[in-house]
Design a protein around this ligand. Sequence first.
Ligand code: BES
Ligand code: MN
Ligand code: ZN
Length: 489
Amino acid sequence: MNVPVKPKFIETDLDAIADFEGKVAVFISPKGQIGLAARRVNRLMKRSLTRLAETQLFEDMPNASCHVMSMPAGMKATEVLVIKMPKRVTVDDARLAGANLGKAAGGANLLILNGAGKCASEIAFGFALRQYSFHDHKTSDAPKQGNITVMANQAEEVARDYAPKSAIAEGVFFTRDLVNEPANILTTTEFAKRLEALKSIGLKITTLEEKDMEKLGMHSLLGVGHGSPSPSKIVIMEWDGGGDEQPFALVGKGVVFDTGGISIKPAAGMEEMTMDMGGAGVVAGVMKTLALRKAKANVVGLVGLVENMPDGNAQRPGDVVKSMKGDTIEVINTDAEGRLVLADVLWYAQETYKPTGMINLATLTGAIIIGLGHENAGVFSNNDELSRKFIKAATVEREGAWRMPLDKAYDKLIDSRIADIKNTGGRAAGSITAAQFLQRFVKEDMPWIHLDIAGVALIKSETTLAPKGATGWGVRALNRLIADHYETD
Ligand code: BES
Ligand code: MN
Ligand code: ZN
């Protein structure tokens, strides 16, 4: 398990600066203004900071970027990391500066001289999120994670600001670990075990086994797992931090590996399908965050854990299965399995928890990557207000989210000759027909969003706040949505 650094926040103590062993970060405004602590560094360094601020090099530095000054005179530090920071710091600048420091620190201990700067906790947050690395399966030593100390005025207040962000960072790391984990390790059983462990932070965990799901008539979900020796499961995580209101529901696709089944995928790139449990991973990360920060909200997270494998027992193209709702589904393509899993979990969530609203997350279609690339998740919703609130939260968190259409007109593409509905609608509007399929399992008046995260859950290049690989996309946005609209105070 990878855990984010726990930054220390201490009161400004000018006399401690010269003796700090490690790296020291200072901020200079675009006009060359520096705070009290940085002035001490400048004096120790015989005005090197002033000289830097007068150069073209500094002029050309973008905001929040970092310039490294090695072996500073008069200090024990090995490097002074200079961040160009506007006086009016935005959250984005602060997080980016933190992320850049996370990279520049390179595992050394870091002292950040924040002084009176307004965004100390955001800088620390950016640092913590960017310093993730998934090294669990390398036999070489893990990259060293340095400590970070933030020297700030009113350190106690900054530490209080940071507490909920620490919970978010832990949730994001939990999601990234799950999504990065290979499928021979993260089987359905192992996944359920890792969720069970969340009991220790106060979540109520219930697991539905195959026999329970059979009794409930969940043959849509169960059919997907027939070819795999790993048992299918639904794990339910409940956080009851609110009053006696009905919960908000988060539902995740947890296909631990997607070969495509009998409609098998091509070999090239199939290894990427270890991330096909990304929706479930985000739900788990959000639930962990809510519990750690003791959110004053009732939220239930449900994940459908299955493996899609070809086998003598696997479901065939052409099979007809009956969902828990009662609708029959013709399985045209066994590779369109995510919607089959979600159909039953969505129905179960509504029947059992009568939620006030519901958001599902799924690495559902390759087509959403064709449409939106790796910058935005697809947002499909039957409710303009919920959709607007979510997109607002995602925008603030810089997690790309773009509204896509739902429309009854697409339903004819998934009409079946022999059953109530079929599970694929052909190449045209592939992400929308998938969403239309899901909507059939959402009750008429239920505010609902389907997030297609196939393009954003795992990215092959680094992003501002994450290295290559699993991003943890959505944990921050969903946490913010809950914080802004579903918490009692
Ligand atoms: N898990 C895939 C979608 C996916 C593709 C996720 C690429 C991440 C990256 C999903 O189960 C799938 O196979 N969808 C098919 C649907 C088709 C058969 C209608 C697809 O997108 O090709
Ligand atoms: Mn598939
Ligand atoms: Zn899939």
